[in-house]
Design a protein around this ligand. Structure first.
Ligand SMILES: [Ca+2]
Length: 282
């Protein structure tokens, strides 16, 4: 009897111990599986982060950064305006005296024969614009006209230093843009030249914002960032060769305001002119 009880007890104890072992093994396995699962999730997360970081870094490196070549300062002084007007007057006359002939020679030397007014951005003589140029322009917003001054997108596309596009959003106009469309058969563009701020007078230039950075989109894709200097002289950016898209579509160059140099009086951002140079002409 005692032997039987002992046997039962030893069996029960054995079973109990085996059960405990099983539970322990099961628990161990469960903990191990959970641990492995946690490690796997952690590894996948790290991998995803690395991939995202790499993607971000490569996206960043694809965005090019451009700095300008500073061109000659346009002479918009009253003296220059009078000088060019006098030069045009003499050019249009056929009865010049010897003294006037000499005077004309000096004026042409000083202001260039092609300029009909001191406000002209380019000479009327031969330039890339003889065969090239955009046919359409649009801006995301425009400041309301004030008196006789209007600030339409066309004002940054009229080859005149007298007029400027001014964005019309409240604040500095970060994110506002101006866009130039070129026909597919238009000569290709290699340079962008920018007359930054409202250059028509010292007062207008100082008191309005100038652009510090423009994001350049080519055919709808971000291409690069143009870093502009805070100067009244024109600034030229060599961007590579664009135009004549293989699919026959227009070339579209879009300039989005990223940052500005603040004006002393008005929080309005102005661009006097964006014009172009390139190849396929002559
Ligand atoms: Ca203009």
């Amino acid at each position: 009897m005692i032997v039987f009880i002992t046997s039962i007890s030893s069996f029960q104890i054995k079973d109990y111990i085996t059960g405990l072992d099983m539970k322990l093994i099961f628990r161990k396995n469960f903990v191990h599986t959970r641990k492995t699962l946690r490690m796997t999730i952690k590894n996948i997360s790290i991998l995803l982060l690395v991939l995202l970081g790499w993607n971000y870094a490569s996206a960043q490196t694809n965005v090019k950064t451009f700095f300008p070549k500073i061109l000659a300062i346009p002479d918009l002084s009253e003296q220059a305006q009078k000088g060019v007007a006098r030069m045009m007057e003499l050019i249009n006359r056929t009865d010049l005296s010897e003294a006037e002939d000499k005077e004309l020679e000096i004026l042409v030397e000083k202001y260039g024969e092609g300029k009909a007014t001191a406000w002209d951005v380019i000479d009327e003589g031969c330039s890339w614009y003889c065969g090239g140029g955009n046919y359409k322009i649009k801006a995301s917003s425009v400041l309301n006209a004030q008196g006789t001054n209007s600030y339409e997108a066309e004002a940054a596309n009229d080859l005149s230093y007298k007029t400027a596009w001014v964005e019309g959003k409240k604040g500095a106009g970060i994110g506002e843009y101006i866009e130039y469309h070129f026909k597919n058969n238009s000569p290709r563009v290699t340079s962008i030249i920018i007359s930054n701020g409202y250059v028509k007078s010292e007062y207008a230039w100082k008191n309005n914002n100038r652009v510090k950075q423009l994001k350049l989109y080519v055919n709808g894709e971000i291409y690069g960032v143009l870093n502009l200097a805070d100067v009244k002289t024109d600034q030229e950016f060599a961007i590579g060769t664009f135009g004549r898209n293989p699919d026959g579509s227009d070339l579209i160059l879009k300039f989005e305001i990223l940052d500005v140099y603040p004006g002393s009086k008005y929080n309005d951002t102005a661009i006097t002119e964006i014009y172009f140079d390139g190849i396929d002409v002559h």
